[in-house]
Design a protein around this ligand. Structure first.
Ligand code: SF4
Length: 203
């Protein structure tokens, strides 16, 4: 059962179409230097365990907003793809008209991605950098799993459900690195990109 440390309602135009509720899940395999949600990795963070049915009861209070705007639920964190069975079950019991988005680093086993890929309306993928050296320096992890998962999404024809976030990471990459990542991913078949700069407040 996933630990959920925050449920944030009434988000507009932040992570997909319409009004969304962000469900923030505890835990992440990466160790980003400027992590925006350090509480997602902190064992002292207060959180609650939910079953999919309990979560549905909690978020259904915004059903009318979701139906009127084409919105729904965004799973974030932390790394929500640590809990693919939970997300799949939630997708099966929530109203069909709700959209389900997943904010992820995609650095998870492919079997996790396969469980939810075709049930997800939109992936918002923060790839950090495609350069393995920059990625490792910034996250302490290897990026080959993430790159393989991106290729699998293309092979499944799901690239247009993906928005790729390309951060400029102060002290770790340069605008030319961001461009290189974008060109490589566009060559793979991705078309939706967002470039932005990380804040270093949590440094
Ligand atoms: S992937 Fe996100 S949640 Fe995980 S360490 Fe990096 S910034 Fe934090």
């Amino acid at each position: 059962m996933p630990r959920i440390f925050a449920i944030s309602r009434h988000r507009i135009a932040t992570d997909g179409k319409g009004v969304t509720t962000l469900v923030a899940m505890h835990g992440c395999p990466l160790n980003c230097r400027y992590c925006l949600n350090p509480q997602c990795k902190n064992e002292a963070t207060s959180f609650q365990d939910y079953t999919p049915q309990q979560l549905l009861s909690e978020v259904a209070k915004d059903n009318l907003y979701f139906l009127a705007t084409g919105g729904g639920i965004t799973f974030g964190g932390g790394e929500p793809l640590q809990y693919p069975d939970f997300i799949a079950e939630f997708r099966h019991i929530c109203p069909e008209q709700w959209t389900v988005n997943i904010e992820t680093s995609l650095n998870v086993p492919l079997k996790n991605l396969k469980i939810v890929a075709h049930l997800t309306d939109r992936f918002i993928i923060d790839i950090k950098d495609t350069n393995p050296k920059i990625y490792r320096k910034y996250t302490d992890r290897d990026n080959s799993q993430m790159l393989n998962n991106l290729q699998w999404l293309v092979d499944e024809g799901l690239q247009d459900r993906c928005k790729i976030r390309l951060p400029l990471i102060p002290d770790y990459n340069k605008p030319s690195d961001v461009s290189r990542s974008r060109i490589a991913l566009a060559a793979m078949g991705f078309r939706h990109f967002e470039e932005f700069r990380y804040t270093t407040d949590n440094r």
